[in-house]
Design a protein around this ligand. Sequence first.
Ligand code: ADP
Ligand code: ZN
Length: 729
Amino acid sequence: MYADVLIQYGVKSLDHTFTYHIPSAFIGQLDKGMKVSVPFGKQNINGFVLKIHDNAPTGDYEVKDITNIITKELKLNDELLQLGYYIKNRTLCTLISAYQTMLPTSLKVQNNKENYDLMLTYVKINKDNQTVDEYIKNNKRSLKQNELLEQLKKGRILKKDIKSKSCLNRLIELDLVAYEYESVYRINKSSLDKDKPQLTDEQKNACDTVKKRINEYDTYLLHGITGSGKTEVYMHLCEEVIKEDKCGIMLVPEISLTTQIVHRFYDRFGSDVAIFHSNLSEGEKFDEYKKIMKGEVHIVVGTRSAIFTPIKKLGLIIIDEEHSSNYKQDNMPRYHALDIAKWRCEYHNCPLVLGSATPSLESMARASKNVYKYIALTKRIGTSKLPSMEIVDMAPEFKKRNMVLSETLQLEIMATLERHEQVMLLLNRRGFSTIINCQSCGFTYKCPHCDITLTYHKTSNHLRCHYCGYTVIKSDICPECGEKAIRDFGLGTEKVEQTLKELYPSYRIVRMDADTTSKKGSHEDIIKGIENLEYDIIVGTQMISKGLDFPKVTLVGIINADESLNIPDFRSGENTFSLLSQVSGRAGRADLKGKVIIQTFNPDNKTLNYVLKNDYLGNYNYEMDIRKKLKYPPYYYLVLLRITSKNYEMASKESIKVANYLRKQIKNETICLGPTTANMFKINNVFRFQVIIKYRREDNLFDIISELDRQYINNKDVNLEIDVDPLRI
Ligand code: ADP
Ligand code: ZN
């Protein structure tokens, strides 16, 4: 018997199978989709078995034996094996990169994670046939020990849940309790016996629309304003799917969001939920994956990669905040979770629900053509009203030296704090200040490896590159002219935090950004703290903008709306609208009235004024008009080809070749732009050029690009990256 193995070698030219012999010991054990290790050249390499057959390979080379089976239980099933080919064709990636993306990292590395069992101790009473009460009465034990015995009387307890380990150890020594080991998943939750809310008419209508055709593939766009109860609709639909004994996948865009939503799902569904995101430990990931493989859960909640969970009877996929750019992967394979979701829902004949308060232009355009079924939730739940909004012009404020907080915002913050309510401030830039230069000679600190200025992080007194991580210690002396004239400008979340501390010294302030949430569990801690009213003011990056539901937050301030508007990208208007609407939606979600203040130097900007009026459709029509004129999605499709090299000349020369080649091959009505330098011209010492293709219909385009790709397969100096449907150009 032989196996065709796709090896994991990271080289495009080797993205095909090699035939190996299956040693007799593995016959009957080895199956398609399993990960094996095989000899390749002088080394052993991992790979996936794509086919098992009897045909000895022809040709005069020695057929080698498969060395080892790496995982037997966890393998790519037929669906995922097929899906790999779809991803390869859709995103023009290597097949191996598609398969590697599908399995969690704990399985990518070849370490032994089989002992997923935690050694947890169970404890129980057994002594001289006395009841516990008799024992406690007849013996003088410490208060703590008696308490523990009382507790144990009621049943077994996990060792990790016992506070005083020394007390436990003493009781074990005295032979009063016995313990045993039991395998337990690292994450264990149970549901709460809470009453489910009665669905509103709008929610019921939304659920019914999907339920009517729960066994058919179709895509639904659930357009619900913030606080309109989308999550409740998701949970209701999940219940429906569970009734059919099928499973659902629910995607959320960010880990910070999994915290709150997952808890709502745990409260409703308990141990029927598995979670999946990159902040889990390897062991937790392995456990969650096992629950899914063994069919022990019906619902999977997770970030982008959860779209690949190998559920056998899939009955529903939900993508929450469907407009989020996090659903597209930035490196190979550059897939969009929405495409994968469509493929899988079609495969399983089940509905796909896309939810958002601000659907992407693409999705809304599809809904308007009835390609997606459109469902609207137009009202907030209960008496909660949308917040009132105000734009503040920062130009006069700067003259008054109010660089961070305008007078209006300062007054509103104080009023909110005095009402014992919470304030949330958004600034989509971490660090302290973003430009550091010399007042004497004009020198500006830039990353030596990237085309970007360094950001000053005051807490660590470092200047840091947000692309490659390069850091230097900040000094007051200019490295160029030696003058003591280094000043810093530009705003980051750290500076906002400091300003707040100076202005509101008696209030509790928390910062939530990539720097304060890098430690495992720190997201949860901050979110719990906000929920428990341990903080009065929350300042954060876009991390705080989506989905979070804090009833006491009544004031939201956007520190600098221009930050997002000024990004040179065709989507910046659309993205700004959704970012600001989303974060505004955090204000006044319960009975308390909310207020939003937007600070800007462009008070007349159209996008900001649509945000102000809460006019999604107005903004949609405005943006669609621009896209049509400029030939951007959703009117045209895009492919971005990025030509990169450490050698500037080579990158430049090859990018011209690429553009010329494409112009010769493509149809007349297809547009080929470039080459130009990419937005970030240099990252990590690599120079980046790009060519953009805009097309409406081009039957052979992917063949043409694949052929071009092949020309660069063995080029060690110049790399060609292909991004189909790029989110940024
Ligand atoms: P969205 O996800 O659309 O922003 P949520 O699902 O978070 O909105 O709902 C907002 C709030 O309203 C939540 O606190 C939720 O528990 C509550 N809620 C949702 N549906 C109902 C309902 N039918 N009755 C009462 N409360 C509800
Ligand atoms: Zn850098």
